[in-house]
Design a protein around this ligand. Structure first.
Ligand code: GLC
Length: 480
């Protein structure tokens, strides 16, 4: 995680653990104006313009992250050594020399890649947008780049542009497409950023003289021109640009050069990882769900299905469909989006356990999607867990221990209650609205459920068996 978002996260957890829920409720985003060398869209638009720009993204709730690149060839193992870290970091973590890493390109021939199938998979999963790694920290471009020959078209036997193929399929199948771009780290281009590991230069993070050079030259000659190519060459896409790991290199002045480009695309959405004090549009909690979400802000939890983003042949630690689906519901109940990753292998094939789980999540959404898409956060003031008094979680703060009995989402007059832990009844002490009717979303007949509302307490009688063992949705019609 980059430094900027880490401090935001630390701040949130600190606030949550010391103040408790009540004080966090309704807490507002920090709107203190920051002076930017070049104002970004977020600095100049009105709240109404922002709502319009973010509308599709807020409705979408569920997207597909794709981490795919040359690192799928070593797949977690190089020269007899296995990395214990995430797969796409293998070059940096095992200090692979630039020439050796670049050598993977001549073996990269992912003939199993099908843009059609991947977009169809996203659709079947109920995902409304895709964000794919156009260039990760290794510097290898997964698109046709005239700027630098270290790319999938010029340097591999494959010679195809998967981003172009995905863009075409996304247009056909009605899915939105975004590009991830590592603007600051680049481990194969002179001057690019890298992370310090034992044996690396302690300032630059470099481990191979081929990496030495000027960061400004890298930015001017590769990073910014490639971002420009990505913005210009894919007809209507990307709708999202997902930056990453700005580090200390991305000063306000340098980031401003990127912002000049982004400003030409007034509908674009970009995340909070550009750096240089630009906040972008979206908070990006990584590999966790913030206990309270980010009230008043747009946010997206990005998460892996196993323990790596980029394919690792030996990582089979896949989360269950139950966990993935409940994560989606949990996130929606806090008003956020879920960007769930797949990591295709070196043939371009999506690992079978990932396909299987996504299809299962999609089956649930086929029936219950109304309770997710276009919804806003819960109306209930009920904690979704507690902070441990003994265990430490991220950044040394008390660990958040979620409880998994139920969550709730809202759309206009409808309140959806997604029940995980089925007991045959539903009770809540404080229902802030008057209930006029209740039924199960998966029941096509919408047979009315019996309920009583005494003061603020609500009790709904449910059938003895859940309609779905992972989550059964009760719909409450309400008057506000
Ligand atoms: C991190 C990692 C990266 C991954 C990203 C996804 O910051 O550096 O490998 O792409 O998170 O959120």
């Amino acid at each position: 995680m980059n430094l900027a978002s880490r401090s935001i996260v630390t701040g949130l957890l600190f606030a949550a653990s010391t103040l408790g829920y009540a004080q966090l409720e309704g807490s507002k985003a920090d709107t203190t104006p920051v002076h930017h060398p070049v104002p970004a869209i977020q600095d100049t638009e009105t709240p109404a313009q922002r709502d319009a720009r973010m509308a599709w993204w807020r409705d979408a709730r569920f997207g597909m992250f794709i981490h795919w690149g040359l690192y799928s060839i070593p797949a977690g193992e190089w020269n007899g050594k296995r990395t214990t870290h995430i797969g796409e970091w293998i070059m940096n973590d095992l200090s692979i020399p630039v020439a050796d890493y670049k050598g993977f390109a001549k073996d990269f021939n992912p003939t199993g890649f099908s843009a059609h199938d991947i977009v169809a998979l996203a659709k079947a999963a109920g995902m409304k947008y895709i964000v794919i790694t156009a260039k990760h920290h290794d510097g290898f471009a997964m698109f046709d780049s005239k700027v630098d020959p270290f790319n999938i078209v010029a340097a591999t036997p494959f010679k195809r542009d998967p981003l172009k193929e995905l863009a075409e399929e996304c247009r056909k199948q009605g899915v939105k497409l975004g590009f991830y771009y590592s603007q600051s780290q680049d481990w194969t281009y002179p001057g690019g950023g890298a992370a310090v590991r034992p044996g690396h230069n302690q300032q630059t993070g470099h481990w191979d003289p081929a990496q030495d050079g000027s960061f400004d030259d890298y930015l001017k000659n590769k990073s910014i021109p490639q971002i420009k190519e990505l913005l210009e060459n894919y007809k209507g896409f990307p709708v999202v640009v997902w930056f990453d790991t700005p580090g200390k290199n991305m000063t306000p002045e340098r980031a401003a050069e990127v912002v000049k480009l982004l400003n030409k695309y007034p509908n674009l959405i970009w995340n909070n990882r550009l750096g240089g004090t630009y906040k972008g549009d979206t908070e990006t909690p990584e590999q966790y769900i913030p206990p309270q979400g980010y009230p008043g802000q747009d946010w997206e939890s990005c998460m892996t299905m196993n323990d790596t983003w980029g394919f690792k042949s030996f990582d089979t630690n896949f989360k269950s469909t139950e966990t993935l689906l409940r994560n989606l519901i949990d996130i929606a109940s806090k008003g956020g989006n879920y960007l769930l990753n797949i990591g295709p292998d070196s043939k371009g094939v999506v690992p079978a356990p990932e396909v299987e789980r996504l299809q299962q999540v999609g089956k649930w959404l086929d029936v219950n999607g109304e309770a997710i898409y276009g919804t806003t956060a819960t109306v209930f003031d009920v904690p979704t867990g507690t902070f441990s008094t003994t265990e430490k979680g991220r950044n040394g703060q008390p660990k958040f221990l979620p409880t998994w009995n139920w969550r709730s989402t809202t759309k206009g007059n409808k309140v959806y209650v997604e029940i995980f832990d089925w007991t045959g009844s539903f009770h809540v002490d404080k229902m802030p609205r008057k209930v006029t009717g209740a039924y199960l979303l998966a029941d096509k007949a919408h047979k009315p459920l019996k309920f009583t509302q005494n003061g603020t307490a609500l009790d709904v009688q449910l059938p003895s068996k859940a309609l779905d063992p992972i989550a059964t949705v009760v719909v409450l019609n309400t008057t506000m």
